[in-house]
Design a binder for this molecule. Structure first.
Ligand SMILES: O=C(O)CCC(=O)C(=O)O
Length: 237
C-alpha cells in the first residue's frame, strides 16, 4: 500500500469517508483479482445457508465471503501490517478484522445496492467500525460505483431505522432524493467509510463484471450479546 496521507483521518471524521486513489500496489491488486476469480469459479453459495443476511442476487450481485483463511495471500493482505496502519487511522490502535467479502456485480444487470449503513446490518449495539472498500476493477457510475452521503462523525454517529426490501433483497436506510457523492475510482483505490455512513452502489450496465472487495475493522471485537461470541471474526491485527 502507498503512504497514508496525513489528512486521511481528519477527512474521514469530517465527511464520514475518505477516498485514497490507486492506493494498492500492483501486486496487492493482483492478489485480490486472483482470489476473486478463484472464488467465482466455485459453485455459488449465495444465501449462505442461513449463516448470513440473504442479500445475494445470483449472478447479478454476488457476495463471496469469509475465505481469507483458505487463500493465504488474501489472508496476509487483509491481516497484514499495511492494513493495520491504514485501519488504525480510522478505528485506533487495536483494529480487529470483523468481516471480509468480495462483491461482484455481473455484466448488464439491474442489481444496484440500496442506501444503507453497514451498522444497520449488525443487529445489536456496537461502536462504529470502518469499511475498507477496494475497487478491484475501475469503477464508473455505469458499472456500479459506490456513492456516499457525507456526514460529520464528530456530530452524528446515529443509526437510522432500516427496512427490509424483499424485491431488492436488502435493507434500506434512506429513501430521500439526495443522489450522494459517487466514488468513481480506478482499480486499486480505497474508499474508507464509517459503518454509520450511508452508502449505496449503482447497477452494472456494462458488459464486464465489476469486482469490489470489502474488509471491515472494528476497534474492539463486536460481541453479539445473545451468544457472547464475536460476530463473524474478531482478529486483532
Ligand atoms: O460493492 C458494492 O457494490 C457495495 C458494497 C456495500 O455497500 C457493502 O458491502 O456494504
Amino acid at each position: 500500500m502507498k503512504t497514508i496521507p496525513e489528512s486521511a483521518g481528519g477527512e474521514y471524521r469530517a465527511n464520514g469517508y475518505v477516498v485514497l486513489p490507486e492506493f494498492l500496489e500492483p501486486g496487492e491488486l493482483t492478489i485480490l483479482r486472483e482470489a476473486c476469480d478463484t472464488l467465482l469459479s466455485e459453485p455459488p453459495d449465495d444465501d449462505g445457508r442461513g449463516r448470513f443476511h440473504d442479500i445475494g442476487r445470483g449472478h447479478d450481485r454476488r457476495f463471496l465471503r469469509h475465505r481469507h483463511e483458505d487463500l493465504p495471500e488474501l489472508g496476509a493482505f487483509v491481516l497484514g501490517a499495511d492494513m493495520k496502519r491504514l485501519t488504525t487511522t480510522f478505528v485506533g490502535e487495536t483494529p480487529h478484522l470483523f468481516n471480509e467479502q468480495f462483491v461482484v456485480k455481473g455484466p448488464k444487470t439491474g442489481a444496484s445496492f440500496a442506501w444503507h449503513q453497514d451498522s444497520g446490518y449488525v443487529g445489536f449495539d456496537h461502536a462504529p467500525y470502518v469499511t475498507i472498500w477496494i475497487a478491484v476493477d475501475d469503477t464508473t457510475i455505469e458499472n456500479g460505483a459506490v456513492f456516499v452521503l457525507p456526514r460529520n462523525l464528530d456530530e452524528d454517529q446515529s443509526i437510522t431505522p432500516h427496512e427490509w426490501d424483499e424485491a431488492g433483497k436488502e435493507l434500506v436506510g434512506y429513501d430521500g432524493d439526495d443522489p450522494g457523492v459517487p466514488a468513481v475510482v480506478p482499480a486499486g483505490s480505497v474508499v474508507a467509510f464509517s459503518s454509520v455512513t450511508l452508502h449505496r452502489s449503482s447497477a452494472n450496465r456494462t458488459d464486464r463484471p465489476r469486482r469490489g472487495y470489502v474488509a471491515q475493522y472494528s476497534g474492539a471485537p463486536l460481541i453479539d450479546p445473545e451468544t457472547g461470541e464475536p460476530k463473524t471474526f474478531a482478529k486483532r491485527l
